[in-house]
Design a binder for this molecule. Structure first.
Ligand code: SF4
Length: 358
């Protein structure tokens, strides 16, 4: 599949020329240290660039934890708070574990190649290749969803993508296509081409630097490719939680499940020992997590929501955390996104019903 040497050289030249003119400026492209690149790659797994940048996640993180040592030594609640809203919190924990390995066991020596990066916690094939090429200049290619789409079209790959076979083939191709003189730029360029030009729908082939060699374009197959295996519809789940209050304070409990460990959540009606139909439903929305779509139902004791007396909740002291929703600055400990949303909506309702509230 890989083109001959001459074609390959002109392909590299065309893509890099396009990237030099059209490539985006991101903070991690100015600071190409391994730490900065790894932080950005962890944040961008399953999260859009606009979210990471516009909401200040990357900048705030680099300010709070500017290097491996600072991150290695930071308390976990601070890490989770800085990650709050990005979801998939194991990414933050693994980032810190990697910092602890580098700062501790490795005495500050960073992994020097893709194979060594692969040994770090939470670092998979894509991230290892991205850091090794962008921060260290190793000639190795990345494969992410954007690259898969570009390759499937450029080479007119007729089989389903995102399968073990397609991933292996595309990794081989990516390793061969990458430009040895500028491996990091090549990888950034091919991903960016997929993101902004060879897009899922309505790709802009007339602006594409690879149009001369693109087989899907030549065969009129651009709209048909890539072939994808249809994902099953998400499974529905129901979750019933209670807003227990003591004065203004709302009861949260600490998560123990591995996915959300260390975050706060609202207690379930079952944990509170509240029989269905006893409390009043005051809110309802859904959220997605892994393969599930969860219907979250929020209940209160009584309709006024504001001044019910609350029995002592059935949790140990260290499991409980009482949150003041009216706290100025809302500097609450990190909480799961759906529960924070429920708390904010509770706050809005309170302020509508009791405008004099602080
Ligand atoms: S020519 Fe069109 S289909 Fe081919 S790689 Fe470029 S944008 Fe994608």
């Amino acid at each position: 599949m890989v083109p001959d040497k001459e074609t390959l050289n002109s392909l590299r030249e065309a893509l890099l020329l396009w990237f030099d003119g059209e490539g985006r400026r991101y903070p991690w492209r100015d600071d190409r240290s391994p730490y900065s690149v790894l932080v950005s790659e962890f944040m961008l797994q399953q999260t859009r660039i606009a979210t990471v940048l516009d909401r200040g996640y990357y900048t705030n993180w680099m300010r709070a934890f500017p290097d491996w040592d600072a991150l290695a030594q930071a308390p976990e609640p601070d890490i989770l708070k800085a990650w709050e809203g990005l979801g998939y919190y194991n990414r933050a924990r693994n980032l810190q574990k990697t910092a602890q390995v580098i700062s501790g066991e490795r005495d500050g020596i960073v992994p020097k190649c893709r194979a060594e990066w692969l040994q770090m916690p939470g670092v998979g094939a894509y991230t290892a290749a991205a850091v090794a090429s962008i921060a260290m200049g190793e000639t190795c290619g990345v494969v992410d969803g954007n690259v898969e789409r570009v390759f499937a079209r450029f080479f007119s790959y007729d089989q389903p993508i995102a399968t073990p076979a397609s991933k292996k083939l595309f990794q081989d191709i990516s390793d061969q296509l990458v430009c040895p003189a500028r491996p990091g730029d090549w990888n950034a360029a091919i991903m960016e081409l997929g993101q902004f030009v060879c897009t899922r729908s309505k790709p802009r082939c007339s602006d594409c630097p690879l149009q001369g060699g693109c087989q899907a374009l030549r065969r009129g197959e651009v709209e048909r490719l890539p072939v994808k295996i249809k994902k099953p519809a998400p499974e529905r789940k129901r979750e019933q939680v209670g807003l227990c209050r003591k004065g203004n304070l709302v009861l949260f409990v600490k998560e123990t499940s591995s996915r959300r460990k260390g975050l706060l959540r609202l207690p379930s009606l079952e944990e509170l020992g509240i029989a269905e139909g006893t409390w009043v439903q005051v809110d309802h929305f859904d959220y997605a997590i892994t393969k599930y779509k969860v219907d979250l139902e929020v209940f209160c004791q009584g309709t006024r929501e504001y001044d019910p007396s609350v029995n002592e909740p059935p949790f140990d002291q260290e499991e409980q955390c009482w949150i003041d929703p009216f706290q100025a600055g809302r500097d609450w400990p990190a909480m799961g996104a759906p529960y924070k949303k429920a708390l904010l909506r509770h706050l809005e309702r309170q302020q509508e019903m009791f405008p004099d509230i602080r």
